[in-house]
Write a protein that binds this ligand. Structure first.
Ligand SMILES: [Zn+2]
Length: 293
C-alpha cells in the first residue's frame, strides 16, 4: 500500500509525536540548532506554532487524523517554562478531536507533584512527557532518591495518565544523551506496573536492542517509532511485527531531520508489513492509549 491509499475514514492515522511547542521561548543556541536545515521555511514553522489551522492543513494534506502535541518544561536547557502546558491546551482547543495536548511537570523544579499532575488533567492534558536528556535526570532517578519523580509516576499511574519518556540521543546543545538509555525504563515499568509508558524513539540510533527487550518484557510499555527514518524502521526493529500490538506511529516532525509528515507516512506504508499490522500501528493502538473522549 502506498500513500495514495491513506484511509480517509475516521478514525484514521494518529501521529502520537509532533513538536508543536512555544518555540519563541527557545534559548538562542537551541533555536539556532532547531533552525538549521529549515531556513527556507522557518517563518512558516514559527507561524505554525501560533496557528492550529495551519497545522490542521498540514495534517489534511498528509492524511493524518490526529496528532499528539508534545510539550514539556525544560527551562534551564531548552527554554520551555511551565507555560508550555497552557500553550498545548489552548492550541488543541481549535480541534479537540484531532489535537491531543501533552504536557509536563518538571521533577527538579516542582514540589507539589500530585497537585500539578491533577491540574494538568483538569485542563485536559492527555499525556505527560518526560525528557531525561533535556530535564537532566535519568528516567529511573526515583530509585536513587528523587522522590518527586516517584510521586509523578505514582500519580500518573493512579489517575490513568500515560507517560511518554524520550529515549535515544538528542542533538540540542547541553542535552545529556546518557540519560536517553532505554534500560532505565525497566525500573519504571517494574515499579509502576499499571502505568502506561510510551517509549519514544526506541533508543535510536544507539540502543534499539535494549529498547526491544524492554518492550517484550513489559506489557505496559509502548514503542513510539518517531524520529526513526521510516525506511530504516525494520532494520532498527527487525522483529517489529512481534510487538505490533504496542507500536504507535509518530514522526517527531518538525524536529531536526524530519522533513515532512506526509513523506514519512508514505514511506512507512511502503514497508513490507501486512495491512493489519500497519492499521494497528497507525490507528488502532493509539485508540487504545488515547480513546476518543
Ligand atoms: Zn520528540
Amino acid at each position: 500500500m502506498t500513500g495514495a491509499g491513506v484511509p480517509a475514514r475516521l478514525p484514521g492515522i494518529t501521529d502520537v509525536h509532533v513538536h508543536i511547542q512555544p518555540w519563541r521561548q527557545l534559548k538562542p543556541q537551541v533555536m539556532a540548532a532547531m533552525r538549521r536545515g529549515k531556513e527556507d521555511h522557518w517563518e512558516f514553522l514559527l507561524a505554525l506554532m501560533d496557528d492550529p489551522k495551519a497545522l490542521l492543513d498540514v495534517m489534511d494534506r498528509a492524511g493524518v487524523w490526529r496528532v499528539g502535541l508534545v510539550n514539556y518544561p525544560s527551562p534551564d536547557l531548552m527554554g520551555f517554562t511551565d507555560e508550555t502546558n497552557a500553550f498545548a491546551v489552548r492550541y488543541a482547543e481549535a480541534a479537540p478531536e484531532r489535537l491531543l495536548p501533552y504536557g509536563g511537570v518538571h521533577p527538579r523544579f516542582t514540589g507539589d507533584i500530585r497537585g500539578h499532575v491533577d491540574e494538568l488533567l483538569e485542563i485536559g492534558v492527555r499525556c505527560l512527557k518526560i525528557h531525561p536528556p533535556h530535564q537532566l535526570f535519568p528516567a529511573n532517578a526515583h530509585t536513587q532518591g528523587m522522590q518527586t519523580l516517584g510521586a509523578l509516576y505514582q500519580r500518573c499511574e493512579d489517575r490513568g495518565l500515560p507517560v511518554m519518556i524520550h529515549t535515544g540521543t538528542s542533538v540540542f546543545p547541553g542535552a545529556r544523551c546518557k540519560y536517553g538509555h532505554p534500560m532505565e525504563l525497566d525500573d519504571v515499568a517494574v515499579d509502576f506496573p499499571d502505568l502506561t509508558i510510551i517509549m519514544a524513539h526506541g533508543g535510536r540510533p544507539l540502543w534499539m536492542d535494549e529498547a526491544f527487550f524492554i518492550l517484550r518484557r513489559h506489557k505496559n510499555v509502548y514503542l513510539d517509532v518517531s524520529g526513526i527514518p521510516p525506511l530504516k524502521l525494520l532494520e532498527y526493529f527487525p522483529r517489529l511485527e512481534e510487538v505490533a500490538d504496542r507500536v504507535l506511529w509518530g514522526t517527531d516532525w518538525p524536529s531536526p531531520g524530519v522533513h515532512e509528515m506526509k513523506r514519512n507516512i508514505e514511506q512507512f506504508l511502503s514497508l513490507d508489513l501486512p495491512r493489519q499490522v500497519q492499521d494497528k500501528i497507525t490507528r488502532d493502538n493509539a485508540l487504545k492509549v488515547f480513546p476518543v473522549s
